[in-house]
Design a protein around this ligand. Structure first.
Ligand SMILES: [Zn+2]
Length: 475
């Protein structure tokens, strides 16, 4: 339901490369048990049961009241702390990058790369390797706090330090390879096309993004987690039926062992073209009710049917072009002022990389609300699609409450606009209850069917009752 972007988005691999070498595309790492007393079975509260005076607002409030006060305080603190982390990540990275420039370390790494060989693409490779290692070491105190200690503090992490560190090293290796390819190609372009490099650089970066999205489910995700085909028909059949009814030619549903790193429940749509697939994480499978799983799958299918991956690539294409145009202008401006002091010869000099990353982080920091809003709108669309497709408003509300383990439920409107990349939990539950209010006849009929299935002896009577109700409700 969340994190399909966090997981599969090549752009995040890209921005991970750019933000000093921390692979942010990796699943949020890391505590064995949830200390938070979030109920694992979420019941439909009395106010949310179908009745002639069903009220969406009252039903929403009743669902929210199921979250214990202590659990809510904890997830609010976790999520609000995340706002500050955006700032500290930015400030810390800026300090590291400015040190690299002002202490002449970047120029020294360039000089070393040039002593190794005269072959220019190798300069980019050797510089990138030094840059990535140095920045990863300098940023490590913040990484270990944010991804390890903080995650454990809030009971969201499952890894001990050793395996967590192994995942970090794997991420570093992925960054080393992907980043090297991108650095070699981009610096090659800048050196050859001094006036139009920013246009071709944007085109190449977009192609690279598409490539990473394409290979991620098959080649990148398995580096960190085991992905298997689900073969329990009790789970897969309703999902595949839902998929086929929505025109999705899926034959398989995949499961990922996300519990290796985290207690978070999620699912995602990842990939591109032939590698596009729907994956459930094992936390969702273990803790989610069947209705909840159906609702989450409906949401993921919404991403699929509404072509969100393609639309996001288009959106990021525009973002990339604007970023390169801004880079071209701001790099020239900065190099005129400080180029000599930093011993950077020009935009084609690999020593310019910390400046590129610094300017890129300023743009990304300023654009945070825009990027979040774009994602939040798609997620809202997938919510509406999922409600219509799965017809499980209560499953949907249950999922929203489970997600409250790491998300603030009830933010103010400005807070939601700036920081939320999904609609807030309250808005999601309200959307589900509004849907329920407008479909009460259907919901009552479903309830009748379920009751009949549970007690087959009373089958006929229940059916009659349900049909009678239906006739009464549908004019
Ligand atoms: Zn989603």
């Amino acid at each position: 339901m969340r994190s399909h972007r966090k997981f599969c988005w090549g752009f995040l691999v890209l921005s991970g490369l750019i933000s000093g070498g921390v692979l942010s595309a990796q699943a949020p790492a890391s505590g064995m048990q949830l200390r938070t007393a979030m109920p694992s079975v979420i019941l439909v509260p009395a106010e949310a049961q179908p009745s002639p005076n069903f009220n969406a607002e009252a039903a929403t409030n009743a669902y929210l009241a199921e979250i214990p006060a202590e659990a809510r305080a904890r997830s609010d603190a976790y999520f609000e702390g995340g706002y500050w982390m955006i700032l500290w990540d930015f400030v810390y990275a800026a300090i590291v990058l400015l040190l690299l420039l002002n202490l002449g370390w970047s120029a020294a790494m360039r000089d070393l790369a040039e002593r190794v060989t005269r072959f220019k693409p190798v300069h980019s490779l050797v510089y990138w390797a030094q840059y990535l290692l140095l920045t990863s070491v300098l940023v490590f105190p913040l990484t270990v706090y944010e991804d390890y200690f903080r995650e454990h503090k809030y009971g969201l992490a499952t890894q001990t330090f050793g395996p967590w560190m192994v995942d970090q090293l794997k991420g570093l290796a992925v960054n080393l390879v992907l980043g090297a390819i991108l650095a070699i190609v981009l610096f090659g372009i800048v050196r050859r096309l001094q006036r139009t490099w920013w246009i071709w650089g944007a085109v190449v970066s977009l192609c690279f993004l598409i490539l990473v999205v394409l290979i991620a489910p098959v080649y990148l995700v398995p580096i960190f987690n085991k992905v298997t085909r689900l073969d329990d028909p009790k789970v897969t059949q309703p999902i595949l039926r839902l998929a086929h009814a929505n025109g999705i030619p899926a034959q398989d549903v995949f499961e990922i062992d996300a519990s290796r790193q985290t207690t978070r429940m999620s699912a995602n749509v990842s990939g591109f073209g032939k590698t596009m697939r729907i994956t459930l994480n094992d936390n969702l499978l273990r803790r989610g009710s069947p209705e909840e799983i159906q609702a989450v799958m409906g949401h993921e299918m919404g991403h699929y049917v509404l072509h969100h991956i393609y639309k996001d690539i288009l959106f990021f294409g525009v973002v990339i072009v604007i970023t390169f145009a801004l880079l071209q202008w701001s790099l020239t401006w900065c190099l005129q002022r400080w180029g000599e002091k930093w011993r950077i010869r020009g935009i084609g000099d690999t020593a310019v990389l910390p400046l590129v990353v610094l300017l890129g982080s300023v743009f990304a920091f300023v654009a945070t609300p825009i990027l979040n809003t774009q994602t939040r709108i798609s997620e809202g669309e997938a919510d509406m699609y999922g409600l219509n497709a799965s017809r499980q408003p209560d499953g949907f509300a249950q999922a929203a409450i489970h997600l409250a383990e790491y998300r603030k439920m009830n933010p103010g409107p400005v807070e939601e606009f700036i920081f939320f990349d999904h609609p807030s939990g309250r808005n999601r539950i309200y959307a589900a209850m509004r849907w329920k209010a407008e479909n009460l006849a259907l919901v009552e009929w479903q309830a009748g069917q379920r009751a009949a299935a549970i007690s087959p002896g009373k089958d006929k009577d229940k059916d009659k009752g349900a049909m009678a109700d239906r006739k009464a409700d549908l004019p």
